[in-house]
Design a protein around this ligand. Structure first.
Ligand SMILES: CC(C)(COP(=O)(O)OP(=O)(O)OC[C@H]1O[C@@H](n2cnc3c(N)ncnc32)[C@H](O)[C@@H]1OP(=O)(O)O)[C@@H](O)C(=O)NCCC(=O)NCCS
Length: 396
């Protein structure tokens, strides 16, 4: 049985910071953030937004795009590393906000930025095994990436969610069964202690851990696919490569590494062709942790000028700590038109720029949000309003 993506949905905050402006405020050359890291804008969530509201918004878009009803969903998993509770999963709040059926398996997964991929691969097996019995899985990657004001990681923050509707009717991508290569190693490259809202990161070491994991997963994929050898670079079997993208430059480093492993003497030469279109949207949003590779995938389908139908895409997901996976999928007819119709580029264009003091005020306010007394807030859509009796309250 086939399994893959029937539709997808994206949610990003309505506000962002220009990284050139942030650089000037920090006394750094703007070129370091914009060219050195490859990020132009960084999404900053308003205080009424959290991992739950972003997830619910993205899920609603994915469901509407596929004409999926609440009863159609038999599994709802949220992959996140910025959950809102130590016990109650983000997915339960989302189930409530979306009014999904009680006949649904609902839970949350965590493994840094790999959590959503773990859920996606599990959902794929659920569909292929026949256990889904025609139901769909809603996999949502939702995070607010936060390193803290003034830290080296600050320009690599962001916020957003990507929802993936998985079923036996893949209208966007059909994943290739058995073609996955995993790599895991116990490393301390990035973590967030229970007492902290900000991540702790050994930045340069995390880049090396990512590249080591990429190499391990890429080799494991080749073994699993049993198609090594032959003419030319192995990665030319893919019409596009989508890497986990904490910031754009990381994808460039990843691609250079893959092509070097392939024996390519000019490892950067294929970057624009194979990777470029996947970075258009991420460069406007920044790091969204679990969702970042899937935002890059949406960017590829939305922004590539090449006809990709029937072609293979390679995907690399990395979660610090660490676990990584290289896997592949085939683009389905009209997938690009369907994703273009979501108007994602337009969605990003409509956002409002924050000044640096506005951004810093929001970051400070977020410190106290978890026990802010609930109050009615004006506005539309899913909104976090605060807590009452230790319970988080949401407007829908
Ligand atoms: C990514 C990170 C380690 C960069 O840290 P940093 O020490 O502040 O930045 P660097 O000095 O390494 O500079 C970053 C890049 O900008 C380049 N750069 C510096 N000044 C520049 C300028 N004025 N113009 C253009 N490029 C410039 C550097 O050469 C470097 O490029 P390179 O990586 O190709 O060598 C840091 O942002 C971080 O910790 N991020 C969070 C962790 C993360 O995202 N890890 C990824 C793996 S999961």
């Amino acid at each position: 049985m086939q399994a893959g993506l029937e539709s997808l949905g994206i949610a990003v905050p309505p506000t962002y910071v220009e990284l050139a402006e942030l650089a000037r405020a920090r006394g750094v050359a703007p070129g370091k953030y914009v060219d050195g890291l490859g990020v132009t804008r960084m999404a900053v969530p308003l205080v009424e937004e959290d991992t739950v509201t972003l997830a619910a918004r993205a899920a609603r878009m994915a469901m509407e795009a596929a004409g999926c009803t609440a009863e159609d969903v038999g599994m709802l998993v949220v992959g996140t590393e910025t959950a809102v509770d130590h016990s109650k999963p983000v997915s339960s709040y989302v189930q409530g906000l979306l009014g999904l059926s009680t006949r649904c398996r609902v839970f949350e997964t965590k493994h840094a930025c790999y959590g959503g991929t773990a859920a996606l691969l599990l959902a794929m097996d659920w569909v292929r095994s026949g256990s889904a019995k025609g139901k769909k899985a809603l996999i949502i990657c939702s995070d607010i990436a936060r390193y803290g004001v003034g830290t080296p990681g600050e320009p690599t923050q962001g916020a957003g969610a990507v929802a993936l509707l998985v079923s036996d009717k893949p209208k966007l991508l059909a994943f290739e069964a058995g073609k996955t290569g995993a790599y895991a190693k116990d490393v301390m490259d990035f973590w967030r202690p229970l007492y902290s809202k900000d991540a702790v990161v050994d930045g340069h070491y995390s880049v090396q851990c990512y590249l080591d994991a990429l190499e391990g997963a890429y080799r494991a994929y080749q073994e699993a696919a049993e198609d090594a050898g032959g003419e030319g670079a192995y990665s030319d079997r893919f019409a596009a490569l989508v890497y986990h993208v904490p910031y754009g430059k990381m994808s460039r480093k990843a691609h250079r590494h893959v092509r070097t492993l392939d024996g390519d003497k000019e490892p950067d030469a294929s970057f624009d062709r194979l990777v470029g279109p996947s970075l258009v949207l991420p460069s406007q949003v920044g790091n969204i942790y679990t969702g970042s590779m899937y935002l890059a995938l949406a960017s590829l389908l939305s922004c590539s000028r090449e006809e990709l139908t029937g072609k293979r895409v390679g995907l690399f997901s990395y979660g610090s700590g660490s676990c990584a996976e290289f896997f592949s999928a085939v683009v389905q007819p009209e997938a690009q038109a369907r994703v273009k119709a979501l108007g994602l580029e337009n969605l990003l264009e409509k956002r409002r720029a924050l000044s640096i003091p506005e951004y810093e005020a929001i970051m400070a306010a977020r410190e106290k949000l978890d026990d802010k007394p609930a109050e009615e807030t004006p506005g539309e859509g899913f909104r976090y309003q605060g807590t009452r009796d230790h319970k988080r309250i949401y407007a829908r």
